[in-house]
Design a protein around this ligand. Structure first.
Ligand SMILES: N[C@@H](CCC(=O)N[C@@H](CS)C(=O)NCC(=O)O)C(=O)O
Length: 205
């Protein structure tokens, strides 16, 4: 298997976390986002949207991080990351959808504004950070209420839903927006549980 991605990319990190949870090594092929390699003809041939990640499994190529993690969970041996019980599986899908709809975009906006703009010698637009932080806060308020009565998003067991949220929580922490996590007790305890897992320690290092 080959994973085309970038180690700092949130979407690539979801895939790397699933591989680490399954104890499976894929060949990692760097697509250097800093050099714009995602728009190269080679990358566009495997991912027509000109982004990362993309997974190659023999003659099968798949892109879109959330599709890749579902594929890998079924494809690889190891602890299943999808609950078999119908309602728990429904919850897992609900929270993956919430991440995609209401978390990833504002969290990435904060990361781009606070980390990448200064790296490029440009100024952070604090108005954009403020608007994105309000969106993230609304989402985390909802998840904080859910986590008051369960340890993980799907219920009692860790699943693909937790994995899909982790890179964005990490992005908030490194973009000096960690108070969005620490101000919410159940989100803070959940993030501590998730970020101490050996899979995430490996991916984040
Ligand atoms: N929906 C896609 C989003 C992929 C995406 O936006 N990847 C980012 C890195 S996390 C990227 O390649 N950005 C470079 C660009 O947009 O040119 C997925 O989940 O895989």
């Amino acid at each position: 298997m080959k994973l085309y991605g970038h180690p700092m990319s949130t979407c690539t990190r979801k895939v790397l976390t699933v591989l680490a949870e399954k104890g499976h090594e894929a060949e990692f092929v760097l697509v250097d986002l800093m050099k714009g390699e995602q728009k190269s003809p080679e990358n566009l041939a495997r991912n027509p949207f000109g982004v990362v990640p993309t997974l190659e499994d023999d003659d099968f190529t798949i892109y879109e991080s959330r599709a890749i993690i579902r594929y890998l969970d079924q494809r690889l041996p190891g602890t299943p990351l999808t609950p078999t019980e119908l309602r728990a599986r429904g919850r897992m899908e609900q929270w993956i959808s919430v991440e995609q709809s209401y978390l990833s975009t504002p969290a990435v906006t904060i990361m781009l504004q606070r980390l990448f703009m200064p790296m490029r010698g440009q100024q952070t637009d604090e108005e954009k950070v403020k608007a994105a932080s309000a969106e993230v806060a609304r989402t985390l308020d909802v998840v904080d209420r859910a986590l008051a009565s369960q340890d993980y998003l799907a219920g009692s067991s860790y699943s693909l839903a937790d994995i899909s949220w982790m890179p964005y929580l990490h992005a908030l922490a490194v973009a000096k927006a960690g108070e969005l996590i620490t101000a919410r007790p159940h989100v803070a305890a959940w993030w501590k549980r998730l970020s101490e897992r050996p899979s995430w320690v490996k991916v984040a290092s």
